[in-house]
Ligand binder design. Sequence first.
Ligand code: SF4
Length: 236
Amino acid sequence: MMHATEWARLRRKVQRIHAILLDTYGEPRWTKLDGVSELVATILSQNTNDSNRDLAYARLRARFPTWEAVRDADPQAVIEAIRPAGLANQKGPRIQNALRRITEERSRLSLDFLAEMPLEEARAWLLSINGVGMKTASIILLFCYDKPAFPVDTHVHRVTGRLGIRPPTMNADQTHLHMERLCPPGAHGALHLNLIRLGREVCRARTPLCAQCPLRRLCPYPQQSKQREVEQARAL
Ligand code: SF4
């Protein structure tokens, strides 16, 4: 359990990070999809890049006129349509199972009922679908239903760790709830997207470009890596 003073310090730091990223990258924009479309797109995006996901999504939409048609289709036809996203043999059945589950529970193929639910209840409902994890649930809740959820992908997890705004041992699933509470109200979508952009362009996995990072004055990582280099040199 984090002490209240430490929590307040982290909140101020996240507020500054958000402000600097807004100055650097501006207010990000995103296309708002309905919940079912976002669910399908997010399942397609697992373990692949955006362009493969987009291609698979476009092929699926071109092949089937409605999500009901995807749900009721021959599984092999769905697998063929989404092939560019990779892991099609897993993702096809996962998508169809999710579509069937929503229909069984709600009598129609829509997730719009989530808008009326409190965040925790809506998250629990989504997590009860096979193949839906914290990241997928958070993306749907944040981007389709304006809930203050905070999706954590590999970039967000890495960058928040280097910036020291989460405990070093905290895993990605735990970081969702941690960042959700730390993030300034109303900033969840913008901060999430700007942290991903920073992670892709500057705070890269292997070679972070710390010298040109807009957050370098707030970040302990460059100092820590110098320290590690000195210690390694001493150990030789
Ligand atoms: S200073 Fe370096 S480690 Fe820290 S956020 Fe920027 S690029 Fe990442």
